[in-house]
Design a protein around this ligand. Sequence first.
Ligand code: AMP
Ligand code: ZN
Length: 115
Amino acid sequence: MKSKMSECIFCKIAKGEIPADFVYRDETVFVIRDITPQAPAHFLVIPTRHVASAAEVADLAIWAAVMGRATEVARSLGFTDGYRMVINTGVQSGQTVPHLHLHLLSGRVFGWPPG
Ligand code: AMP
Ligand code: ZN
């Protein structure tokens, strides 16, 4: 999945060119509220550096930053009844933004198998 970084919506959010509701930010990762929430709590955990999808990750430290931050946010927000983490990867998965992001969803019961 190719994209021009200059046009990438999550790169623009990282640079402050588009507003977003930040709940966490450091130099490697940031967490924002999803603009179209699919659950009472729906956050996106996004690496600051542009990586098009999970399939494109070369530096495995990105996984430590993204997965580690997702579970830390879940802990700090008290998602004690559970949560779901989703990483859509590529066209058939439903990925619409070609910059790696992890969906962190909570606050309702989730079905399985996923749609
Ligand atoms: P995906 O379909 O897995 O690529 O997920 C992309 C997600 O980004 C969707 O859930 C969108 O609602 C969300 N999204 C798109 N634009 C924005 C934005 N400006 N701020 C916050 N979330 C966004
Ligand atoms: Zn990007």
